[in-house]
Design a protein. Structure first.
Length: 251
């Protein structure tokens, strides 16, 4: 087991050293600058990172890491997985602002009346596609990252339960390992469908975007449930604002 880095500076050294390997895990010829390493959360806020501990901007293809929040979430030793995940937003989904708009367009049709939820749902969908590829194809232990973050998590929204239950299906984890013990048979059935969708559209994810949004729709329609889910899932929203300025206007 890797030695736990103690100080923020040590975490930065470990994560910076892991960066080339994370890039090579996708493709050694990927052209991405090393992330902006923020030693304090207040510095991350200045970069536009306000809820999660990592994010990518499609406007300048820059990854930002909040190292203070990394330590708070107990993922100091998960540099390779988390960095590979952020690179996945550049390499796989949404990859660029054009495809980001494509995802948004398909989801808008499925989320009629609640189109303001589209960036949120798109982030959840892209994370599922990337994380399952990293776990299943690239053999990175993404499940352990989620188990660390979910340890002691307060799970009350149905969407949060459904989303985490989907990961349990994808990775063969026991019921409740990530999703808690409160899910209903309906949530369980919907999560099974979502997992099947992620696998079926892993390579044609643009075609699966609208279908995923349709599955998410019942969990988003009530404002109170949506707001609760946003709060609970905030730490995972690393690409919700990635394409700001390129969203499809309503109408």
């Amino acid at each position: 087991m890797a030695k736990q880095p103690n100080s923020i500076e040590q975490i930065k050294q470990v994560w910076s050293a892991a960066w080339p390997e994370a890039v090579a895990d996708w493709n050694p010829y990927v052209t991405l600058r090393e992330p902006t390493w923020c030693l304090a959360t207040r510095d991350a806020h200045l970069e536009g990172l306000t809820s999660s501990f990592a994010m990518i901007r499609l406007t300048d293809h820059r990854i930002v890491i909040d190292l203070e929040s990394v330590r708070t979430n107990r993922v100091e030793n998960c540099a390779l997985q988390i960095l590979a995940h952020e690179i996945g937003h550049h390499v796989l989904i949404p990859a660029n602002r054009y495809d980001n708009i494509g995802v948004f367009r398909r989801m808008r049709l499925a989320l009629a009346g609640i189109e303001n939820r589209v960036p949120f749902v798109a982030n959840l969908y892209s994370d599922l596609i990337i994380n399952d590829a990293l776990q299943r194809i690239h053999r990175l232990d993404m499940a352990s990252v989620y188990m660390k973050i979910q340890q002691g998590a307060d799970i009350s929204s149905s969407l949060y339960m459904w989303y985490m239950r989907t990961y349990e299906y994808l990775w063969g984890l026991g019921r409740g390992v990530l999703s808690g013990k409160k899910q209903s048979p309906q949530i369980d059935a919907d999560a099974s469908l979502a997992a099947s969708l992620i696998r079926s559209y892993a390579r044609s994810w643009l075609d699966g975007a609208g279908r995923f949004a349709m599955l998410a729709y019942p969990y988003l329609i009530e404002d109170s449930e949506y707001n609760k889910a946003r709060k609970e899932l905030a730490k995972y929203l690393d690409a919700e604002k990635s394409g700001e300025g390129s969203e499809v206007a309503g109408g």
